[in-house]
Design a protein around this ligand. Structure first.
Ligand SMILES: [Zn+2]
Length: 186
């Protein structure tokens, strides 16, 4: 997995900045982006509840079906709050799938390697042949909450996050610059 900050910067690269000022609920767009780009890793929560945080990690929440389900729920939930419902669903889908992209591009040391992108059509796990991000350590299989937290806050993770920040910030600046240039051309 990549870090929450890396996932957020990747999500902003995918959703764009202009969308974030969408009316009439600009703060809601922010909340949707942040929640959607972290949502796949909420699969740590049931494991934390039973004292084994990694138990359900990289399961079905790391699939396109999960992205469709989440973004449909967002679109339906906010249909009465905003006239921007289709756009909110699209933003949620982009932010959620940006998380899948980030994990697909990340070194994974726990079997099964990768993520089940095409579940339930295909149960196989997929990982990019070219891995850009270092794994964020979060304990071995079967590790309890203490082992999980010790690794999450380790020096090794600081270095992985530093590298990730450089890459994701560069991507965000490049994508946003291109977007603005294209926008000016119209
Ligand atoms: Zn993840």
């Amino acid at each position: 997995m990549a870090s929450p900050v890396g996932h957020l910067l990747l999500a902003l690269s995918c959703t764009g900045f202009r969308e974030r000022s969408a009316k009439p609920w600009p703060a809601l767009v922010w909340v949707v982006i942040v929640t959607a780009c972290w949502a796949p890793d909420f699969d740590f929560l049931p494991g934390i509840l039973i004292g084994e945080p990694n138990r359900y990690h990289h399961g079905v929440s790391h699939s396109l079906a999960g992205a469709l389900l989440f973004s449909s729920a967002i679109a339906l939930s906010f249909r009465k709050l905003t006239d921007n419902r289709v756009s909110l669903g699209r933003i949620a889908f982009l932010a959620y799938t940006s998380h899948l992209l980030g994990d697909w591009l990340t070194i994974d040391t726990r079997a099964p390697i990768g993520i089940p992108i095409f579940w339930p059509l295909n149960d196989s796990y997929f990982i990019s042949p070219l891995l850009i991000f270092q794994d964020i350590r979060h304990g071995t299989d079967g590790a309890g909450l203490a082992g999980f937290l010790i690794e999450v806050f380790s020096i090794a993770n600081l270095s992985a996050i530093g590298r990730e920040l450089v890459i994701t910030l560069a991507v965000l600046v490049a994508v946003e610059t291109a977007r603005r240039r294209i926008g000016r051309g119209h």
